[in-house]
Write a protein that binds this ligand. Sequence first.
Ligand code: K1U
Ligand code: ZN
Length: 172
Amino acid sequence: MKRPILIHPDPRLKKVCAPVPEITDDLRRLASDMLETMYDAPGIGLAAPQVGVLSRLIVLDCVKAEGEAPRPLVMVNPEVVAASEETRVYEEGCLSIPEQYAEVTRPSEVELRWIGLDGEEHHEGFGGLWATCVQHEIDHLDGKLFIDHLGAMRRQLITRKMIKFKREQARA
Ligand code: K1U
Ligand code: ZN
C-alpha cells in the first residue's frame, strides 16, 4: 500500500527517530509499503519519518542503469561505522522537498552496519550514488534534511518555496 509522503516543513521531519526494538509483521508491512511508495514516486530512497513513522528504518534502491536487476535494500537501525576522508559532491533532491535540488558534499565511501528484515546483522561498504543516498536517508532518521547542509539563506529560500507549494496544494 502506497503511503502519503510528508512535505517540508513538518515537525515530524525534524525529530530524531527511535531505534527499532524488534522485527515484527507491522515493520515488514511498513518496509513493503515504503518500497512501493519509493518506486512509485519515483525515488531511490525513503526513510520512515517521511511517511510519518518515527522509527529507524530506511529503504533504498540506487540501481539506475536500464536492464539491470533492481536491488531493493531494507535497513533497520542503520549506522555508519566508517567514512572516507575523500568526499563527493552530488546534486541531491528529496521526496519531502519536491522540485528543489542542491549540491551537497558528503564522504564518497561509507561502511554500514544494519539489521535486515531477517533479523541478521549486515555489514557492507557503499560508494557512488549508494553512499550519497544512504547518508541522505540516515540524516532523515536524525531529523536532518539535505537543505540543512546548505547556508541559511538558501535553506530559508527553499523553505519559503515549500510553504507556498503546500498552500497551493491545499487549495487545489
Ligand atoms: O529520501 C528521499 O527523499 C529520496 C531521495 C533520495 C536521494 C536523492 C538524491 C540524492 C540523495 C538521496 C530521492 O529519491 S529524490 C528522487 C531522485 O533522486 C531520483 C528519482 C528517480 C530516478 C533517479 C533519481
Ligand atoms: Zn529526502
